[in-house]
Design a protein around this ligand. Structure first.
Ligand code: SAM
Ligand code: DTB
Ligand code: SF4
Length: 326
């Protein structure tokens, strides 16, 4: 008896279709820079207004003291990063920040908590935040770590639009970045999010010392999700003193742009977000990222624990490039 004989047609239908081979994504990366940009911009214009950028504002609702060992993170309790731990913020403080974000022009408000995952007692206050932020007329997003049974449904009932949970890096590099939970754990949470009808926001970090092949493998892994995430944050590592990644060698900025372009080409209808690391980028580099198909950004002077360009700088950039917001 051969193994194939035991595979039923139903199983075959359910098998994930790996549309993108890592080698094919690597071939995208390997093109001359302008050919890659032209291809990405062509794909981008087929699906989006090429002059419009979506803006999300981030707020850390529970900072520091996380049990996990993610090697890039300022909030892991395992590294001495000098970060002060904070309790869960009260609802009125969250709402004041959300109102200010809306007034400044953000369309989505993303709340992040430094948890391995929420305990059931942690979830209720977050559910209340989602419901009340939604009432302000903002799209809602949360990033709370790994979810247990029933938690995604509770968030969906409150009106949650997006759940952010990144696979962070390529499968083969993952073990060098995180050991306290697996890539499969993260995929299980993403499945719960999908199952509850919430949009998926899932991306990764580059510039952690991974190879180009690993960057291509990260993009292939994301693009082969079925369906692909609606929102794909591409973070450039913000090196945090005290973490294992503090001394990672910085990435060639053009390689960052190439990664954005590969995400755009392989996930043509997803929003690709130019995420962490923007503060350290010149306006010209950001413009190249938009040309490569990035059409979303974090907006507001803080990410979770690190800085982001001020709104004045971003508004000036929008004006100089003739960009509008989504
Ligand atoms: N604890 C939750 C989790 O891990 O899913 C939510 C918060 S976590 C800080 C959200 C994401 O931010 C991480 O998955 C990672 O991709 C990104 N991130 C965290 N620290 C970063 C850094 N120093 N530089 C770039 N991206 C970072
Ligand atoms: C994502 O991919 N990037 C954001 C958001 N999702 C939650 C977080 C970036 C964090 C950068 C480091 C910091 O501010 O601590
Ligand atoms: Fe940081 Fe999230 Fe990892 Fe905790 S689980 S260390 S908050 S990235």
């Amino acid at each position: 008896m051969t193994t194939t004989a035991t595979v039923t047609s139903q199983e075959l239908r359910q098998a994930p279709v790996k549309r993108w081979k890592v080698a094919d994504v690597e071939a995208l990366f390997g093109q001359p820079f302008f050919d890659l940009l032209f291809q990405a911009q062509t794909v981008h214009r087929r699906h989006f207004d090429a002059n419009a950028i979506q803006r999300s504002t981030l707020l850390s609702i529970k900072t520091g003291g996380c049990s996990e060992d993610c090697g890039y993170c300022s909030q892991s309790a395992r590294y001495d990063t000098g970060l002060e731990r904070e309790r869960l913020l009260p609802l009125d403080e969250v709402l004041n920040t959300a109102r200010a974000a809306k007034a400044a022009g953000a369309s989505r408000f993303c709340m992040g908590a430094a948890w391995r995952g929420p305990k059931d007692k942690d979830l209720q206050p977050v559910v209340d935040m989602v419901r009340e932020v939604k009432k302000l007329g903002l799209e809602t997003c949360v990033t709370l770590g790994m979810l247990q049974e029933g938690q995604a449904e509770a968030l969906a009932d409150a009106g949650l639009d997006y759940y952010n949970h990144n696979i962070d890096t390529a499968p083969e590099f993952y073990g060098q970045v995180i050991t306290t939970h697996t890539l499969q754990d993260r995929l299980n949470t993403l499945q719960k999010v999908r199952g509850a009808g919430i949009n998926v926001c899932c991306g990764g970090i580059i510039g952690m010392g991974e190879s180009r092949k690993s960057r291509a493998a990260l993009i292939a892994e994301l693009a082969n999700m079925d369906p692909a995430p609606e929102s794909v944050p591409i973070n450039n590592l913000v090196p945090i003193p005290g973490t294992p990644m503090a001394e990672a060698e910085g990435l060639d900025p053009f390689e960052f742009v190439r990664t954005i372009a590969a995400a755009r080409i392989t996930m043509p209808t997803s929003f690709v977000r130019l995420s962490a690391g923007r503060q350290e980028m010149s306006d010209e580099l950001q413009a190249l990222c938009f040309l490569a198909g990035a059409n979303s950004m974090f907006y507001g002077d803080k990410l979770l624990t690190t800085g982001n360009p001020g709104t004045d700088r971003d508004l000036a950039l929008f004006s100089r490039l003739g960009l509008s917001s989504l």
